[in-house]
Write a protein that binds this ligand. Structure first.
Ligand SMILES: [Ca+2]
Ligand SMILES: [Ca+2]
Length: 360
C-alpha cells in the first residue's frame, strides 16, 4: 500500500493570523500571470485500466465549471516571495505539538523524546538494497531541520533551484500561500479534469501510450534502491522540464505530488454514484464532509494529493496517471509533495475582431 505517512508526524496547527496583502489587480478578460484557462465541462472521472486501484472506481460522470490554473507547480521562488511578504513559517519549521500528534497515533503511544519533536519533515533516504515495499519507513526518514528551504535536511539548500517546485509544504501552508495569492487549492475533480487536458478516459495525461522517460519526471530502475534517472532527474526537476498537457499545464504527471482541497475517502466515488443515480452527473463536487483514510486510521483529517512524483514507478506506485488518488494527513511535509493553485474567474477575452479598412 503506497503512502501511509501521517501517523508519524505532528499536527502543529498554529492559527494563521497574518496580515495578507491584497492580490494583484486583474483587468476583466486578462489572463492571470502564469495561469491557463481550464474551460470546464463534463468528463468521466476515475480509472479502470490495469493499473487502477479500487479507490479510482467506479467511473462516473462529473461536471466542473471553468477556472484558471497555475501552469506549473508553485516554485521555490514563488513561495519565497510569499514568505518574504508575510513572514509565514511553515508547519515543518515549527516545533511538533505532541498534544495534537497523540490524537493521531494509537492510544497509549508514549511521548517521543524532545529530540524527535523538533521542527522537521520526512526526507527520502534510499536504502542500499531492495526492501519490502510495504515498509515505507525504509526509505522515509524524519529529519530535524528539513523544510522547504532545506529540502534534503540541514546542509542542503534551494540556492540555484528557484524553478524547482517548493516541497515540505503541509496542507495549511499551501492554503496560506493560495490565500495570499488570491487563489485557492483545486478540488480533486478540477485537478483531474485539468490533468486530462481534454483526453477523456485516457490512461495518461498525454494519451494511452505508456510512460517513457521523456514524458514525465518519475522513477526509472528498481524502487527504492536503484534510480537510473533515465529522465535526467533523480529528485525533483525544475518545472517545465517535460512537455505540457492539452491545456498547457506542466508536470500534472510526476515531479511532485499536489495538494487538493477534498477530504479523502476510498469510497468517495461510490458515494457520488449512489447520490447521483445511474447515469447521473455530479456537478462541481467538493469532496466528502468527513474523511476515511485506511492508511492513516487514527488521523483526524486526511486530504487528497494527486499526480504522483519523482518516486513513482510502475512496480510500486503508478500515480502519475490522472485518475490516481492518494491520501495524506494535512500536517505532512514531505520531500516529494508540493501544490499548485486555481482561481475562479471568467474565460479569457476572445481575440479582437479585425478593425479598420480591412474589416469592411
Ligand atoms: Ca526522475
Ligand atoms: Ca506534479
Amino acid at each position: 500500500m503506497p503512502y501511509p505517512f501521517g501517523m508519524v508526524l505532528a499536527a502543529a496547527f498554529a492559527a494563521f493570523g497574518l496580515v495578507v496583502p491584497p492580490p494583484p489587480a486583474m483587468s476583466a478578460g486578462a489572463a492571470p500571470r502564469g495561469m491557463a484557462w481550464i474551460p470546464g465541462g463534463e468528463f468521466t472521472m476515475g480509472g479502470d485500466d490495469a493499473l487502477a486501484r479500487p479507490d479510482e472506481r467506479p467511473l462516473h460522470r462529473v461536471s466542473v465549471d471553468g477556472f484558471w490554473m497555475d501552469v506549473t507547480e508553485v516554485t521555490n521562488a514563488q513561495f519565497a516571495a510569499f514568505v518574504k511578504a508575510t513572514g509565514y513559517r511553515t508547519v515543518a519549521e515549527r516545533p511538533v505539538d505532541w498534544e495534537e500528534l497523540k490524537k493521531q497515533v494509537p492510544p497509549g503511544t508514549p511521548r517521543p523524546p524532545d529530540s524527535q519533536l523538533q521542527p522537521g519533515a520526512l526526507v527520502f533516504a534510499p536504502p542500499a538494497e531492495p526492501v519490502d515495499l510495504s515498509r515505507y519507513d525504509r526509505w522515509w526518514t524524519w529529519t530535524t531541520g528539513a523544510c522547504w528551504r532545506h529540502p534534503r535536511g540541514p546542509g542542503s539548500s534551494i540556492d540555484g533551484n528557484d524553478d524547482d517546485p517548493v516541497v515540505h509544504v503541509a496542507f495549511e501552508d499551501a492554503e496560506a500561500y493560495a490565500r495570499w495569492a488570491g487563489k485557492r487549492l483545486p478540488t480533486e475533480s478540477e485537478w483531474e479534469f485539468a490533468a486530462r487536458g481534454g483526453r477523456d478516459r485516457a490512461v495518461n495525461v498525454w494519451g494511452n501510450e505508456p510512460i517513457d522517460p521523456k514524458r514525465a519526471n518519475t522513477w526509472q530502475g528498481r524502487f527504492p534502491d536503484r534510480n537510473t534517472a533515465d529522465d535526467g532527474f533523480a529528485l525533483a526537476a525544475p518545472v517545465r522540464s517535460f512537455p505540457s498537457n492539452g491545456y498547457g499545464l506542466f508536470d500534472m504527471a510526476g515531479n511532485v505530488w499536489e495538494w487538493c482541497s477534498d477530504r479523502y475517502r476510498p469510497d468517495a466515488y461510490a458515494m457520488r454514484v449512489e447520490s447521483a443515480g445511474a447515469g447521473g452527473v455530479t456537478m462541481n463536487p467538493r469532496g466528502p464532509s468527513t474523511p476515511v483514510d485506511p492508511r492513516n486510521p487514527h488521523a483526524t483529517d486526511s486530504r487528497v494529493v494527486r499526480g504522483g512524483s519523482f518516486l513513482c514507478n510502475d512496480s510500486y506506485c503508478a500515480s502519475y496517471r490522472p485518475a490516481a488518488r492518494m491520501s495524506q494527513t494535512p500536517d505532512t511535509g514531505m520531500q516529494h509533495l508540493g501544490f499548485r493553485c486555481v482561481k475562479d474567474g471568467s474565460p479569457p477575452a476572445a481575440p479582437a475582431a479585425p478593425t479598420g479598412p480591412s474589416a469592411r
